[in-house]
Write a protein that binds this ligand. Structure first.
Ligand SMILES: O=C(O)c1ccccc1NCC(=O)[C@H](O)[C@H](O)COP(=O)(O)O
Length: 221
């Protein structure tokens, strides 16, 4: 099966079009006031209408209240709601039941122990996303920080999953091979400045992700 690719934090129609042209499966729209990728409901509605039917849409929130979530869902009418904060299984289940939307649950990973909470989301989340832990005190994602991909090697999960955190056109091929990921997610690795996506980097990322290579020395070891 082709590698799933999600381009996250899209906030302009040129990068949205570049993601579709390059063959991305999903585009994420971020609702987090502290993020350089945060969208107003109005801007999100217009971007989502521009993209609808061309790619799967993801509304991303982190520990948001119901009012914010309802507004973000009404604006985007997404295929998935991504929970990128400290949402418990109970909170996730309540959101799924109230809003009737498929869920992506993000898990911050720094060591093998960080996979422990995943099992409790088996019947609630439709997709898992494994991201690096954010630097202390900062928003929970989009920092360009990677974790040790080898932590994923050989693990089986009851849901499809995406690898995230510090991916870029330069390292995504290696990350896919070392982690065995069925899908990848990127934000700052296809930007020239925080919140500024680059259409060429998006195309390069898709190409590198779908044609993964190791360098010669690594392939021999
Ligand atoms: O992107 C943000 O600004 C953001 C803000 C608040 C919560 C989550 C956020 N991003 C989550 C993502 O899905 C990113 O794509 C993921 O963390 C990877 O980011 P990066 O390392 O920059 O590729």
């Amino acid at each position: 099966m082709a590698l799933l690719v999600k381009i996250c934090g899209v906030n302009a129609s040129d990068s949205a079009d570049a993601a579709v042209r390059a063959g991305a499966d999903m585009v994420g729209l971020v609702f987090h006031p502290k993020s350089p990728r945060h969208l107003s409901f109005e801007a999100a509605r217009s971007l989502a209408d521009h993209l609808r039917g061309r790619v799967q849409l993801v509304t991303l929130i982190a520990d948001a209240d119901d009012e914010m979530i309802a507004g973000a869902l009404a604006a985007v009418r997404p295929d998935f709601l991504q929970l990128h904060g400290r949402e418990t299984p109970e909170r996730a289940a309540a959101l799924k039941s109230r809003f009737g939307v498929q869920l992506i649950k993000a898990f911050p990973i720094a060591s093998a122990a960080d996979f422990a909470p995943v099992a409790a989301f088996t019947d609630i989340a439709d997709l898992f996303l494994f991201d690096a832990k954010a630097p202390e005190g900062l928003r929970p994602g989009g920092h360009g920080v990677a974790f040790d991909w080898q932590l994923l090697k050989g693990r089986a999960f009851p849901r499809p999953w995406l690898l995230a955190g510090g991916l870029s056109p330069a390292n995504v091929g290696r990350a896919v091979i070392l982690s065995g990921a069925p899908g990848v997610d990127v934000s700052s690795g296809v930007e020239t400045a925080p919140g500024v996506k680059d259409t060429h980097l998006i195309a390069e990322f898709l190409s590198a992700a779908r044609n993964p290579k190791l360098d010669l020395e690594e392939a021999r070891s």
